[in-house]
Design a binder for this molecule. Structure first.
Ligand code: DAT
Ligand code: MG
Length: 148
């Protein structure tokens, strides 16, 4: 089953949105298979956002993502990578639709509440960057047959 890496960023944790965000993915019908509250190190932040190294906002991005605890998660489900991106909304909250997480809770691109892998390749890379294999659980929910 497809897996993705999702993370409530420091602004989402400070704004008490962990529960709201977990609830949205649970209600949708996805399965949480790993999760932890953690402080991201400078090194992990630079690795995680490596693709943006040359962008002018890279320094701010690393500073922000290390500015407080994050809630890192792995979610499983059919098409979870692309569906989670839709549920998150556009990167810039100025453009994210109401009903999406960023559309409902965020105002500026620098504090946009949630991260989610954007492709199968980045999902594998990010899951492995944040989680050890033994931190992920594989289990069935009896209700899955009512979803898929
Ligand atoms: P996403 O988080 O939707 O995958 P991204 O990978 O393009 O978006 O960028 C990573 C994060 O960097 C994004 O969530 C917020 C920040 N960011 C992106 N574009 C930015 C910009 N123009 N100015 C400031 N921060 C930006
Ligand atoms: Mg991205």
């Amino acid at each position: 089953m497809e897996k993705t890496f999702l993370m409530v960023k420091p602004d989402g944790v400070q704004r008490n949105l962990i529960g709201e965000i977990v609830s949205r993915f649970e209600s949708k019908g996805f399965t949480l298979v790993g999760g932890k509250l953690m402080q991201i190190s400078q090194e992990l932040a630079e690795q995680h956002y490596g693709e943006h190294k040359e962008r002018p906002f890279f320094g701010e991005l690393v500073e922000f993502i290390t500015s407080g605890p994050v809630f890192a998660m792995v979610w499983e489900g059919e098409n979870v990578i692309s569906t989670a991106r839709l549920m998150m909304g556009a990167t810039n909250p100025k453009e994210s639709a109401p009903g999406t997480i960023r559309g409902d809770f965020a105002v500026t691109v620098g504090k946009n509440i949630i991260h989610g892998s954007d492709s199968p390749e980045s999902a594998v890379r990010e899951i492995n960057l944040f989680f050890k294999e033994e931190e992920l659980v594989s289990y069935d929910k009896s209700m899955v047959s009512w979803i898929n």
